[in-house]
Write a protein that binds this ligand. Structure first.
Ligand code: ATP
Ligand code: MG
Ligand code: MG
Length: 407
């Protein structure tokens, strides 16, 4: 029981950082992804348990399940039908009374992976989100009628397979309707009311009980600090902790909303909750990820327990009980995380990493993805400090390099 093997669907950078945290606890992680995926490169100890294949392919997921005790995720675009079958076949971890082998639940991932179903789910629990309408037609006229209800601008979104804004099309006026439908053709769509946000926030939440129960959000969830996220071209660029210009009261309200939202889903693990803080200081949920999240990378250096350690512990029956209040606390008053994206040359991103290495205290993470491409997440940098202005000053030259690579 002490050395259960955790299987992870997906082996990108999130899986890689999950492996780092697991190694420290002497827990093995078996990875399902392509050969030499980032998470496999640093995980030779479990090399006989990794599966080469796809988390969206049933046969490959079954193979992974045979090699591990508990299955979890680093991506939500997985085959949930086979996870449901595995759950029905053998529901519990051997030697436990009732600990599910799939954490968080496949049902949770099924709801979350379709953004429109996710929105409907939140509506059921009175969790505030932007108004959303399913688009059941590829005819411009049909979308015009929906747009009349939402107003302009609005966001046309793919219901599935979306990440880094790929799957979103902001529609500013009626003249852009046809282009939007063409850009997202052959994908299931929905339309979302524009959120006039003042700032984007995010909260990582740990869930330690398997049941979905809004009533128990206080006893069964734990929030990391509220952070500010800055997106450029719909890709996360920077994360600021604590959020700048946001009162403690609002930051606390964001944590409560995030914990309530996560408590409505079954299964244990970590969840990334993206929020909009609107002009009138109200908060709405943008979307939830049932896994570690880009906005939580900072926790590796800035909190007592990282989001990755939290996921490993939360999905295991014994260790989930050891996640105590206080473990998500910051170890420094301020932190900034900067994403390192690919640029025009295959190794453009190394300019940022090399410059960061000359800054004392800057922590450089490179993901081992090979050649960079514009917009591809290649690594990140975290800097801690005694005040936000100190960290802003330290990171400023790196932001300049990021901007010059992009320009
Ligand atoms: P990821 O999963 O990588 O966070 P995604 O592809 O799922 O991204 P969203 O989170 O839906 O995309 O949107 C990306 C960004 O686009 C948001 O962080 C926000 O900046 C902007 N955005 C999304 N929806 C809206 C909206 N309704 N109104 C205004 N801006 C929006
Ligand atoms: Mg998303
Ligand atoms: Mg998002």
């Amino acid at each position: 029981m002490d050395h259960l093997v955790v299987g992870v669907l997906g082996g990108g950078q999130l899986g890689r950082m999950l492996v780092e945290a697991a190694h420290r606890l002497n827990i093995q992680v078996a990875v399902l992804d392509s050969e030499n995926a980032p998470a496999k490169q640093i995980n030779l100890v479990a090399s006989d348990k990794h599966i080469t294949g796809s988390f969206a392919k049933a046969a490959d997921v079954q193979k992974l399940a045979r090699n591990c005790d508990v299955l979890t995720y680093e991506i939500e675009h997985v085959d949930t039908k086979v996870l449901q079958e595995l759950d029905e076949e053998k529901p519990f971890v051997e030697g436990t009374q009732s600990w599910s082998r799939i954490q968080p639940s496949w049902a949770t991932v099924r709801t979350i992976q379709d953004k429109f179903l996710q929105k409907q789910h939140f509506a059921k629990f009175d969790i505030a989100t932007a108004q959303s309408i399913a688009v059941g037609t590829s005819e411009p006229q049909g979308l015009k009628e929906i747009a009349d209800r939402l107003g302009y601008p609005f966001m046309l979104k793919s219901r599935t397979e979306a990440y880094d804004g790929r799957g979103n099309y902001p529609v500013k006026s009626v003249s852009e309707i046809e282009a939007a439908l063409a850009a997202l053709s052959n994908r299931p769509l929905y339309a979302e009311k524009w959120a006039h946000f003042r700032i984007e926030l995010a909260v990582m939440v740990i869930k330690t009980n398997q049941e979905a129960s809004l009533d128990s959000w206080e006893s069964n969830t734990l929030a990391y600090p509220t952070v500010e996220t800055i997106h450029e071209d719909s890709i996360c660029k920077l994360v600021y902790v604590p959020p700048r210009g946001v009162s403690r009261k609002l930051a606390k309200a964001a944590q409560v909303l995030a914990r309530r939202a996560v408590s409505t889903f079954a299964g244990t693990g970590v969840f990334g909750v993206e929020l909009f803080l609107l002009d009138d200081d109200s908060l709405v949920v943008n979307e939830i990820a049932p896994r570690p999240h880009n906005s939580g990378h900072y926790t590796i250096e800035a909190c007592h327990m990282s989001q990755y350690e939290a996921q490993i512990r939360a999905v295991l029956p014994k260790l989930s009980k050891t996640i105590l209040p206080g473990s998500t606390d910051l170890v420094a008053p301020a932190a900034i995380m900067l994403n390192v994206l690919g640029g025009p040359e295959p190794d453009s991103h190394l300019l940022v990493a090399d410059a960061a290495l000359t800054i004392p205290g800057a922590k450089v993470h490179l993901y081992g993805k090979g050649d960079g491409r514009p917009g591809r997440k290649m690594g990140h940098i975290t800097i801690l400090g005694q005040s936000m202005s100190e960290v802003e000053t330290k990171i400023h030259p790196l932001i300049n390099i990021v901007d010059s690579i992009r320009a």
